[in-house]
Design a protein around this ligand. Structure first.
Ligand code: OGA
Ligand code: NI
Length: 205
């Protein structure tokens, strides 16, 4: 598939279903760069237990969410994989042109769900802040097989379970799709983030 036809496929599905699953978004050689980067950060103790909520509402609770994360700036995603970064910028441009979403930034983190962890059903938007327009998740698990767990379960018009296969990109509207991560039986890696339409980007940076 050419990049243009892939972008059209993505935006068509996203409008029709509020969700799209794209396999082989980037080649496995690029996917593995994200995993290596994360494992290096783990060795340097730079990974934090993820929390829920924002600012003074922020809490950590592994009974709700058990992953550990490292936030990445867009400069970092560029340094890890130029190919990914460039495709991403094109995707944002395409979505803006087609849907006037006004996306002007994204935030992203690498995440690892250790064995036995999960993330209970939730929506990705905060009650106090709806900058998040589209959620994206790129899975990094090269040898994932049935029984390893950690599927993404979506509850939209129907329920579906998405396997966290390396190179697979999932996009959905952040305020529309309730989702959960099922218990994982292997360490489960992903790059997760949000396309944002933020009037505060200039101040944030
Ligand atoms: C999240 C999330 C899903 C996944 O980080 O908010 O729902 O499949 N992640 O990793
Ligand atoms: Ni989520």
């Amino acid at each position: 598939m050419t990049i243009d036809s892939q972008l059209i496929f993505i935006s068509n599905k996203l409008t029709a279903n509020q969700l799209v699953v794209v396999d082989e978004f980037i080649p496995l050689t690029e996917v593995s760069k994200f995993k290596r980067y994360f494992i290096n950060l783990q060795k340097q103790n730079k990974i934090k237990t993820a929390g829920i909520g924002k600012a003074n509402q922020y809490v950590q609770n592994i009974a709700i969410r058990g992953d550990s994360i490292a936030w990445l700036s867009s400069d970092e995603t560029r340094a890890i994989s130029t190919l990914f970064f460039e495709k991403f910028e094109q995707l944002i441009q395409h979505l803006n042109r087609r849907f006037y979403l006004g996306i002007n930034t994204y935030e992203a983190h690498l995440a690892c769900y250790p064995i036995g962890s999960f993330y209970q059903k939730h929506l990705d938007v905060f009650k106090t802040n709806s900058d998040r327009k589209v959620t994206f998740i790129l899975y990094l698990n090269e040898n994932w097989k049935k029984g390893d767990g950690g599927e993404l379960r979506i509850r939209a018009s129907s329920t579906q379970q998405i396997e966290p296969l390396a190179g697979r990109l999932v996009l959905f509207y952040s305020d529309a799709i309730e989702h959960e991560v099922l218990i994982t039986h292997q360490p489960r890696y992903s790059l997760t983030g949000w396309f944002k339409s933020s009037i505060n980007t200039l101040i944030d940076k």
